[in-house]
Design a protein around this ligand. Structure first.
Ligand SMILES: [Zn+2]
Length: 148
């Protein structure tokens, strides 16, 4: 008898979705919109994203977490056709300028060549890549504004 099947390797149904880094993104359990976590130096007030271990201005090591604006303006955008392992191509990367004077590097949701510089974009949460176990890694992305 050779029709014995090996069990297929499949992700566990109850596997946790893996966040890329919990210090970057907060997804409130009460259903309110997700936000990026900025960190304001308690010594000099400089705001940074992502979190730094030491403030580059005053060498302070104490920070307050500050929820960042969910909307920003697209400074630059590029479509990626030859990507990293675990990332389905094509995908889109861009720099987003937030009102807090922070420039965020992030993936963008949608079709290539569908974004233009200076376009307003909004924070969202989605799969940024697939890990070696076939599980989605969820983190922040930006998307087009949903028409009201
Ligand atoms: Zn500082």
């Amino acid at each position: 008898m050779s029709d014995e099947k090996k069990p297929a390797k499949q992700p566990k149904e109850d596997a946790d979705i893996t966040f890329y880094h919990p210090e970057l993104l907060e997804v409130p359990e009460d259903g309110s919109p997700p936000f990026l976590k900025g960190y304001r130096c308690m010594g000099c007030g400089q705001l940074d994203f992502p979190k730094l271990s030491t403030c580059p201005t005053c060498w302070g090591e104490q920070f307050d977490m500050v929820p960042l604006s969910r909307r920003g303006k697209l400074y630059s955008v590029t479509d990626i056709y030859i990507g990293q392992a675990g990332m389905e191509t094509p995908y889109i990367f861009g720099y987003i300028d937030l009102p807090e004077d922070l420039r965020i590097f992030a993936q963008l949701e949608g079709e290539p060549q569908s974004y233009q510089c200076d376009e307003e974009v909004e924070l969202t949460v989605g799969t940024i890549r697939i890990n070696r176990d076939g599980l989605p890694i969820t983190s922040y992305k930006f998307s087009k504004l949903v028409p009201a």
